[in-house]
Each structure stands twice: as C-alpha cells, then as structure tokens.
Design a protein around this ligand. Structure first.
Ligand code: ADP
Ligand code: MG
Length: 240
C-alpha cells in the first residue's frame, strides 16, 4: 500500500531523516517507536506530504506521491493523520468538525456526511455529544472525535502521531480502544507511540527509529523478547 524508499529530510543543516525505507501492507498496523527527536513525526508528516522530502521517494499504491506533479490534497484525502494535540476547530460543534471534510473536499452531501458522522460517533461512545463544542469535552473525548473526523474521510491509510501523549493516564484507554476497533475492521495504521504495552498488543510490526534511521524492525514478539540491536534492547529496557 505504501512504500518509502531512502527518504531523507533536513531542516537547515540538521538531517532528521537519513535514508528511511519502509513498506506498509494493506491491513497492517505498524508502530513507530523511538526516543523523542528520532524523526517519527517527521516521517509521518513526509508520508502524507505535509513535509516535502529532500531525497528518496514515496509510493502510495502504484502512484509515486513524491512526484511534484501529484495533487497533494488528493493524497491527503486518502491518507488521514491525527496529531497529539486534538486540533479540532473550537468554534465548530463535534458534528460540524466531522462533516466539514467529507462535504468540502469529498463533495459528499451534508445529509450523507451527517448520517455517517452519527454512526461513527455512536461507535466511539459519543452519540450524545454531536452538538457539543470541543472545549466542553475531556481530552479523551476530543481525541476520539479527532479519530472519527479522520475516519469520516474514508482514508485508506491512517497515520497517528502520539495521539495519547497529551492525555491524562485515565483517558488513554478509551482512545486505545478505538484504535483496537479500527484494527479489527482492517484499517491500515501507522502510529508513533510511547505506549509500549499497547504497541506490543496491537501491532503487526514494530519499527524502532534512532537518530533519523530505522535501527531495527520486526514483529512485537521478536522486538520485545529478542531485539537484535543493543540500541533497541536499551531503549525497550528503559521504556517498559
Ligand atoms: P520525534 O517525533 O521522533 O520526536 P521529530 O520528527 O519531531 O521526532 O523531530 C526530529 C528532529 O527534527 C528534532 O530534532 C526536531 O527538533 C527537528 N524538527 C522537526 N520539525 C522541525 C521543523 N519544522 N524545523 C526544524 N526542526 C525540526
Ligand atoms: Mg513526534
């Protein structure tokens, strides 16, 4: 579904991605782990063209999306992203937040978009909050709405960047539950996370990044019980 090949990205003279190659198969859940500053967010942002790569290329299906002629907005309709900070529009209700994308950029009818918004809200346990404003909700509720807003666009791939990091520990579980459901439905997900226990449970593959490179990747079982790289072993020992 997605292939990054030798992707490089610098900010000024700081090279943040030093040749990252990654293959994502449809239906796979891949967790990106690694110390703060290792390049996880930059990689995710490159994958949906929020950052322009300096070198290397990225393929989405049979399209090279790093080709400058590609319509980045069209790619972003197919690759959803949710960030750590919920980024809901504060002046719009939950329903308006969710309906906006499908109506404005997918050309859906408002009725169809509203119907799906309600179905999705029900699935994340927020059916009764459609008319609420974001600041009247907990962080966990807002993040579930942010997930619904991304899914309402019917993306083929979902990128999640530390979406539980800003939440009170008590609210993390309700957001992880939504990710478990998405996985069960077959959604393809690449997520940067610090939740190691969750990464181990939910992912098909774990990718450990260090200093702008993929240091090691493998199944959760292999990575957690028999890491090949001493750097992976050291990171996991500190974060479990
Ligand atoms: P991670 O998500 O693993 O913590 P990031 O991709 O956010 O890592 O950051 C990797 C490095 O790139 C950090 O040193 C960060 O300061 C730097 N960086 C990220 N975005 C920018 C930017 N827009 N401008 C300058 N430096 C950046
Ligand atoms: Mg990050």
């Amino acid at each position: 579904m997605l292939r990054a090949d030798a992707v490089r990205k610098s900010f000024g003279d700081h090279e943040v991605l030093k040749g990252v190659s990654l293959d994502i198969t449809a239906g796979e859940v891949v967790c990106l782990i690694g110390a703060s500053g290792s390049g996880k967010s930059t990689l995710l942002r490159c994958l949906n063209l929020l950052e322009q790569v300096d070198d290397g290329d990225i393929w989405f299906g049979d399209r090279e999306i790093t080709d400058p002629r590609v319509d980045a907005d069209a790619v972003r309709r197919d690759i959803g992203i949710v960030f750590q900070a919920y980024n809901l529009f504060p002046h719009l209700t939950v329903e308006q937040n969710i309906v906006l994308g499908p109506v404005k950029s997918r050309g859906e009818s408002r009725e169809a978009a509203r119907t799906r918004a309600h179905t999705l809200l029900e699935r994340v346990g927020l059916a009764d909050r459609a008319g609420a404003y974001p600041d009247a909700m907990s962080g966990g509720q807002q993040q579930r709405v942010a997930l619904v807003r991304a899914i309402a666009m019917q993306p083929r791939l979902l990128l999640l960047d530390e979406i539980t990091s800003a939440l009170d520990p008590m609210l993390v579980g309700e957001v992880l539950d939504v990710i478990r459901d998405l996985r069960a439905e077959g959604m393809t997900i690449v997520m940067a996370t610090h939740e190691m226990t969750f990464a181990r449970e939910v992912s098909d593959r774990i990718v450990f990044m260090a200093d702008g490179r993929i240091e090691e990747s493998g199944t959760p079982e292999q990575m957690f019980t028999a890491p090949r790289s001493p750097r992976t072993a050291e990171f996991l020992a500190r974060h479990l």
